[in-house]
Design a protein around this ligand. Sequence first.
Ligand code: NAD
Length: 487
Amino acid sequence: MTLSFDPDLIACRPAHFIGGERIAATDGLDLKRPSDAVSFAACPIAGPDLVDRAVAAAQSALAASGWGRARPRERTNALHRWADLIERHAVELARLEAVASTRPIAELMAGDIPISAEQIRFFAEFADKEGGDLVPTGDDSLGLIASEPYGVVGAITPWNFPLSMAAWKLGPALAAGNAVVLKPSEMTPFATVRMAELSVEAGLPAGLINVVLGDGPVTGTAITGHPGIAKVSFTGSTGAGSAIMANVARTGVKPMTLELGGKSPQVVFADADLDRTIAAIARSILANAGQACVAGTRLIVEASVAEAVADGIAAAMRSVRPGPTWDAASGYSPIISERQIARIGSLVDATVARGATCRTGGARMDRPGYFFAPTLIEGVDAGSPAVTEEIFGPVLTVEPFRDEEEAYAMADHPTYGLAAGVFTRDLARAVRASRRLQAGTVWVNRYGRSRDHILPTGGFKSSGIGKDLGRDAYRANRREKSVLIGL
Ligand code: NAD
């Protein structure tokens, strides 16, 4: 069966999903398909009243079902059934996602969807294995550190990997015994709503997952400031993350996990296996056309091999196969929107205006939709916009270094610290680099996540607070209570 499909046959019906029911909405933000810029749907903007309704539905679902109190293995089993159903509906979910987003159908079927199901299973297995602690106290008492769910978690996700990001939030929150009010990005809500609906078909209590559609300023603000939301879990830009912190501070105090932006360096030493290094770096900047938080956007390369490495990456960049996300043969993603592609162009132009040059790319591709040519920029300095700003597009800068200390100084970004890569055959230097690089994740002689979901992901500096994935993400969805029993 070919995976290619006709996007005109896919109905993206805007609807919130509250208390196990779709609440249809007729108007809202006009959405265009990134692959051909054709309008295809509208995204409604939920106001505070709908958010109230979603929080109330979540609270009633918790109370009526006992989800957070029941035998933990029941949560595990229910989440496994949901993961099964996600896999069975992979084609339907992948089509909904491909039409609205930048994710190509072949990658959704091979990666995003099976991996999301796998991650839900990964978290499901914590439910009956992670607990509290029995601690040493005086002879006249018994001291426990009990662990319990928060209640209702408010989750907000971005558009770049919509289903995966929803799974990262929902998996640990639900396994830990919470209910969730989730707001997907206003640009890519449709597959997420369907995934939530499947949870009810799989037997999870209606109201455990509620999806409200809307933007950041109205709907997002109503969620993060809601008194019934006990914890916020957010993935998106650093600007939105700080707006959320301000809103939470204005409306009360609650714990937050913030997974934010990045400007990740890839440090290449002359002794690295250059062919493999070039392939890894090209993949990291071309995947999803650079619209990945951990995209390795700053190549910091030892001067003696800079020309060879830049040449290899430029060749890979020139060989991409752009195409619509619904064509299984497409090998290169569009940019999400007109606004975003214009922003990429202006940051590249501003960098060139300061004296840098594009070895390849530098402009929008001459084809329908929002495709930006993979771009390699040389002659930048520490103040170039392409070095300082998160561009969120297929733009890689090159900065040559002469010695190790200079490499670490260049790698250290004043704002971001999400991920970093180092390529070298020298084991001692690899270990040194992993200690020196200021990032929440350091990849050595590879770049990008594996399917080892036990490794947490999260940023240093303004790249975030707390972790997604790993044991940490499960624990972040539970709170500890000290119990001292007098004997
Ligand atoms: P964005 O910050 O514009 O929006 C993300 C989500 O937040 C959307 O659902 C949006 O509606 C909502 N939002 C915006 N302002 C808000 C506010 N004031 N209050 C509440 N909600 C608000 O980001 P985006 O453009 O959708 O996604 C790209 C960004 O996400 C990049 O900066 C990228 O690095 C980051 N990201 C980070 C990770 C990570 O794990 N660290 C993963 C993916 C994406």
